[in-house]
Ligand binder design. Sequence first.
Ligand code: CS2
Length: 469
Amino acid sequence: MNLHPERACRSTLQHIRVEDRFGYDRDAQATGIVHFGIGAFHRAHQAWYTDRAMDAGDSDWMILGVSLRSAGVSLEMNPQDGLYTVTERSGTSMKSRLVGAVRDVLLAAGESDRLIRQLASPQTRIVTFTVTEKGYCQTQEGTLDFALADATSFYPYLTAAMRIRHATGGEGLTLLSCDNLSHNGRQLKRLMRQYLEARAPDLLAWFDNECRCPSTMVDRIVPASTDTDKVELADRIGVEDRAAVFTEPFSQWVIEDDFASGRPRWENVGAQLVADVSSFETAKLRMLNGAHSALAYLGLRAGHEYVHEAIDDPNLRPIVERLMRDEAAPTICASPGQDLAAYASSLLDRFANSALKHRLIQIAMDGSQKIPQRWLATLEANRELDRPCPSLIASLKAWFDHLRGQNGKVEDPLSERLTELAKDSSNTALALSLFGSRGLLAGTWNISDDEVRHRLGDASDSPTIARIS
Ligand code: CS2
């Protein structure tokens, strides 16, 4: 990659030519947030909101970023003193903000003492998470997978820190999940409790009384940054930014207002603090994410590379529109003022943003973790009302083709077993081996074997379904 000779960092701060930048004194701010999973999404979303909240006058909410697996982000961000840009793209317009909210990034396994010290520090009041669906280490039955949790997750670090906070009379923490799980706060609380019950039962009562796990709905489309993006950016802003993120102008954050000991006033910079996020969260998961996954598998199968190409395809657009308007929306109990028809229209526009270059293959990964809350919950709700879902069924069959290797290597925590099951199987056999009573994903969809055969088997390719798929 041939970038600009100067790198974005403290000493080049004044040379960075951006449209917008933070104005607060970073050195005067304490670290109030520890974030697990500091990828592009966090940098373009929660860190961006927190940065603007500090600009609007809040203090002591600097972020310590934590990577659980790879040192990649710390290598990008630490030489830049945690500084990076967020560039919003739409049509031909581009607008960059220099964000100062991330203090630095550590790799959990290599610096566990420092991580636990920061989590236990009285300065830290909130722990946020974007560890993706698989990062919560659930078994197919939804219980905690202890082998995974002990080896690769945040649970042990939090437990060690809670032990110190408890012993020293410290305040409780707010654990804020920002992942695409239904009832993400409730799920995190349930799994954290399972971990404590087994590994530190003496902390359970303290956790229940002092800590909070509000649910949130987070939304901003953030494609993985490419080298080409970063080269173009360097030309525009005059320095190299290896941690740059690129996103759409839209963003939404709906948060349950239930915090253990304070929070930034995110509402001053556009977040919505509400008593209950469920209708926003369900709409986002079933409509936005549900449509995204459908576009990914149907779009790749049709030979597309990007989301905007797939939504422009006259064969695919009606399937996705039907999925949102006629299959997902009727299963959602909207809050007053929440207009699901308008939401579907705005999603179609967002998907069509060709400046984003959002790769379908990025969305296609981890299907086994995403599909239950994106599609199966909708299928289940429609089944109770005896309503057909041709778009979702067509999408599931496109996922089957993806598992057969049609789009290259399958990226999924269950990839080995999934590809083994999919190899040389008919749709009927594969559907049964996934969703049948003894299937790999049994329990994710409450459906009998006969119904699996009837709805997903080869004979179920009715003319309507065949036409739309
Ligand atoms: C996408 C999401 O990759 C995916 O699975 O559906 O990351 C999506 O872009 C975000 O949830 C949008 O808020």
